[in-house]
Design a protein. Structure first.
Length: 145
């Protein structure tokens, strides 16, 4: 298991993604592999949300990774009490699609309460080493391999 707290800043979010990729490499999923790319995207999006929407001044956010049979569970906890919603994206906006991306690449995702103030947003990412698989929001699957 990997657990680390980060400052609720853009630098903290970037470091969280970099250390997640390093940990995946240690678990046998090298940089650039489908599992590494998926976990990097999920950590980047959830950490960015923790910094942008879950930040409470003076409080850090936490990233927890668990390597389990066939998947990696990513958990990002912040101290803001509001739970995220999956909004309809504004096609003209430059952002606001992070949870849609997480939903598209993760096997499943959700939120839970945590001890103390705040919440945890979690996602499970497959670590299957066969052909690259992409699940689209409409349910279609595309394989490359």
């Amino acid at each position: 298991m990997f657990v680390q707290r980060f400052s609720a800043t853009r630098r903290g979010a970037r470091l969280a993604r970099m250390l997640a990729v390093l940990q995946l490499d240690r678990w046998g999923h090298p940089y650039g592999s489908p599992a590494s790319e998926t976990v990097a995207l999920v950590v980047a999006e959830l950490a960015a949300n923790a910094v942008l929407h879950g930040r409470v001044p003076g409080r850090d956010f936490e990233v927890r990774l668990r390597h389990e049979a066939g998947h990696v569970r990513v958990e990002v906890s912040d101290t803001h009490p509001a739970h995220p919603k999956l909004p309809a994206p504004d096609p003209t906006a430059e952002g606001g699609r992070g949870l849609l991306l997480v939903e598209a690449v993760a096997t499943r995702w959700g939120t839970s309460t945590r001890t103390g103030p705040g919440k945890t947003v979690w996602a499970e990412c497959d670590t299957y080493k066969g052909p690259t698989e992409c699940r689209y929001p409409n349910g279609k699957v595309s394989t490359n391999g």
